[in-house]
Design a protein around this ligand. Structure first.
Ligand SMILES: *[C@@H]1O[C@H](CO)[C@@H](O)[C@H](O)[C@H]1NC(C)=O
Ligand SMILES: *[C@@H]1O[C@H](CO)[C@@H](O)[C@H](O)[C@H]1NC(C)=O
Ligand SMILES: *[C@@H]1O[C@H](CO)[C@@H](O)[C@H](O)[C@H]1NC(C)=O
Ligand SMILES: *[C@@H]1O[C@H](CO)[C@@H](O)[C@H](O)[C@H]1NC(C)=O
Length: 224
């Protein structure tokens, strides 16, 4: 029995090491960095991406419920940072979305509307694209966002294996935040899944061939 179990864990380790990716696992609000999975929903997918555009796992990753996740207070206009276990190393854009919970965000499955607050695409210089591949991504909650509890969702879309031969990979985590001191914005929203399509240029593009411009998938970030 003992050897059976250790063979199993060796196999599990081997699988993890060959498919090693990365995961957004830690949240910082202003200058306080919280523990891993404190305020971020823990998924059961380890560091693996979502590739099914129609899956509800595209919201917050596989098995990431609010069960056992606490909610952190954040002031509108205030900064936050998502930190990964290791720096992102597959080229692609980073986006941050929010979705307002009808009541307690711990009970919310992300089936309502989402709006985007941040896009980080490539910069082009002399025909060469540079992607911001970091271990930490910092943004702010726009001042106009209304008070309430939200899922705060970060997504890195890895497009290093061009579609359709390669399937773009969505690396996703959701934090639970309670916004205070906010405004009265009522932004247009999109559904997840639904908003990303196999026809999005930012999804289908080959970044190794005639790559001169890039549109990050999804709606434009709100401005306020
Ligand atoms: C996802 O949904 C779209 C629209 O309903 C459909 O055309 C497509 O075949 C679906 N893709 C998969 C992989 O199920
Ligand atoms: C929430 O987590 C607790 C402790 O792990 C577990 O006993 C309970 O079944 C879970 N509830 C749901 C709805 O997943
Ligand atoms: C990014 O986060 C890691 C882990 O918290 C930290 O060690 C590192 O100093 C951070 N890097 C930057 C550039 O902030
Ligand atoms: C680049 O710009 C062209 C012209 O606006 C557009 O059709 C194309 O979809 C863009 N490509 C990407 C990858 O966003």
């Amino acid at each position: 029995m003992r050897s059976f179990v250790s063979t199993l864990s060796a196999a599990a380790l081997a699988v993890h090491s060959v498919s090693a990716h990365y995961i957004f696992q830690q949240l910082t609000v202003r200058t306080t960095q919280y523990d891993v999975y404190e305020y971020i929903r823990k998924n059961s997918n380890y560091n693996s991406p979502i590739t099914d555009l129609n899956s509800t796992d595209l919201r917050c990753n596989v098995g990431a419920s609010g069960n056992g996740t606490d909610t952190v207070s954040i002031t509108a206009g205030g900064a936050f940072t998502f930190t990964l276990d290791i720096a992102v190393y597959h080229q692609g854009p980073v986006s941050i979305y929010m979705s307002k919970a009808p009541s307690d965000v711990s009970d919310y499955d992300g089936s309502g509307g989402w709006f985007k607050i941040t896009d980080i695409g490539p910069t082009f210089s002399n025909g060469v694209a540079t992607w911001e591949l970091y271990q930490n991504y910092t943004s702010t909650i726009p001042k106009c966002v209304a008070d309430g509890q939200y899922l705060l969702r970060i997504q890195q879309l890895a497009i290093h294996n061009p579609w359709p031969a390669g399937i773009p990979q969505f690396y996703i985590s959701c934090a639970q935040v309670a916004v205070t001191g906010g405004g009265s914005a009522n932004p247009a929203t999109v559904s997840i899944p639904g908003v990303f399509k196999e026809t999005d240029p930012g999804y289908t593009v080959n970044i190794y061939t005639n790559f001169n411009n890039y549109t990050v998938p999804g709606p434009a970030p709100i401005t306020c």
